[in-house]
Design a protein around this ligand. Structure first.
Ligand SMILES: Nc1ncnc2c1ncn2[C@@H]1O[C@H](COP(=O)(O)OP(=O)(O)OP(=O)(O)O)[C@@H](O)[C@H]1O
Length: 288
């Protein structure tokens, strides 16, 4: 029941919205560890993705010497979307960090389009492997204008002129931003800032978008807008999307594939809409 504290502590947890008191973080963690015992067969991952474009195989990765992801595998096809859900600290963002080159890889491989990209650094991932990472935090440069923010997205282009040309293509798509191009980014609404963050990632025309918590801190009307933008990028432009989302309902409604991560290990993998009706997922992450 919403508002009732079943875990002995009112704290941040999971639910349909951002804040829930349905189960405490500790209670979710304990229950989640029980379902993690039934890790999915790797063949399930292959069946969900069909022909994989982005593949992770038996990844062990972390920060410094601390291993966060243990024997983690992932498959997503070109133009598919995948959403990672799981308890706080399960390692969801660390999966995105690992794909983009922010973690220490201790074992396993990551490949895109059949190319092994495990050892590439973030600049190489963005420039050469077509992978862009959209940060969880508010990451616009507030004092810069909207167009300067977009140009920053092309900082790896060999010539600034190319960054500006690429930014114009993004402005053609999002006229809402073009109208505000000379305004400082700080005056944008929360939804427009998120649109600017996504747009900045598009300047390099990536194949894969890694999206960390797209709904965080946004009013509901902007959350819908952001998911519509991502849906359009997937359906119309064939972008492959790997997302982490605390709002499990939104994330699983959006994504073709859903993974549940618990303590750095894959606990469940299924079609997004099938996970929405999974009793464990409902109880732990959807508020019952
Ligand atoms: N840069 C870092 N350096 C050291 N440890 C980190 C770093 N980033 C994350 N961690 C640790 O890795 C573990 C997994 O964190 P991660 O952010 O990947 O989990 P998460 O599932 O995304 O969590 P949340 O839902 O709370 O955002 C945590 O114990 C966290 O403290």
């Amino acid at each position: 029941m919403a508002g009732e504290d079943k875990g002995g502590k009112r704290t941040r947890g999971y639910g349909i919205g951002d804040i829930s008191t349905v189960m405490s973080v500790e209670a979710v963690q304990l229950e989640a560890e029980k379902i993690a015992a039934e890790a999915p067969d790797p063949a399930v991952l292959d069946a969900l993705a069909g022909e994989p474009f982005l593949s992770i195989d038996s990844l062990r990765a972390g920060y410094g010497r601390m291993e966060i992801l243990h024997d983690f595998s992932l498959r997503v096809a070109k133009g598919q979307s995948l959403c990672l859900i799981g308890p706080n600290g399960a390692g969801k963002s660390s999966v995105l960090h690992s794909i983009f080159g922010f973690t220490n890889i201790m074992g396993g491989t990551i490949s895109v389009g059949g190319r092994d990209i495990t050892g590439l650094d973030p600049n190489e991932k963005l420039r050469d492997a077509g992978i862009a990472y959209i940060l969880q935090d508010n990451s616009v440069f507030p004092q810069m204008t909207v167009e300067e923010n977009l140009w920053m997205g092309g900082f790896l282009k060999p010539h600034p002129r190319e960054a500006r040309e690429a930014a114009e293509r993004v402005f053609d798509k999002y006229t809402r931003l073009a109208e505000r191009r000379r305004q400082p980014a700080r005056v944008l609404s929360g939804g427009e800032r998120r649109l600017l963050e996504i747009s900045r990632a598009l300047v390099m025309n990536p194949d894969v978008l890694l999206v960390d918590e797209p709904s965080i801190g946004l009013e509901p009307r902007f959350i819908d807008m952001v998911f519509e933008i991502l849906d359009d990028l997937q359906r119309s432009e064939g972008k492959t999307i790997v997302m982490v989302e605390q709002n499990a309902k939104k994330g699983l409604e959006f994504a073709d594939i859903g993974y549940v991560l618990v303590s750095g290990q894959l606990a469940k993998a299924a079609r997004g809409d099938d996970l929405l009706t999974d009793p464990d997922v409902g109880r732990l992450f959807l508020g019952g």
